[in-house]
Design a protein. Structure first.
Length: 116
């Protein structure tokens, strides 16, 4: 299951970045998920909950922010969000587009509780 290994990678990133705080204070990790990353957000959240359950990081919740696809057009040079799965530049209609955003998954924020 792909989402499980992705959840494990996210957990590793959380651990690496919070080594100086108590794990129980880590409240939330926010990731940005590209539409083309091939990861199902619900499954990812489920997997993350499953692997943190019963550990010192069980209070840490995963928040997934979905990111649309952005393409760069080789004809007019503009970067535009892609609204449908038609690989054409939404601006000029050119089909020499390159995906520059939307195919990745990124940890963007780790929230730590202030108190207790
Ligand atoms: Zn264009």
């Amino acid at each position: 299951m792909h989402e499980l290994s992705v959840a494990e990678s996210i957990l590793e990133i959380v651990k690496e970045n919070t080594s100086d705080v108590l794990p129980s204070k880590v409240k939330r990790v926010k990731v940005r998920l590209g539409e083309l990353a091939g990861v199902v957000a619900d499954s990812l959240e489920f997997s993350f909950t499953a692997i943190t359950a019963g550990t010192s990081l069980e209070k840490c919740s995963l928040e997934v922010e979905k990111v649309g696809i952005v393409v760069k057009c080789g004809d007019c040079g503009l970067e535009s969000p892609l609204e449908r799965f038609a690989f054409k530049c939404p601006t000029c209609g050119g089909d020499h587009v390159e995906v520059i955003s939307g195919d990745d998954l990124q940890v963007v924020e780790i929230e730590i509780a202030d108190e207790g």
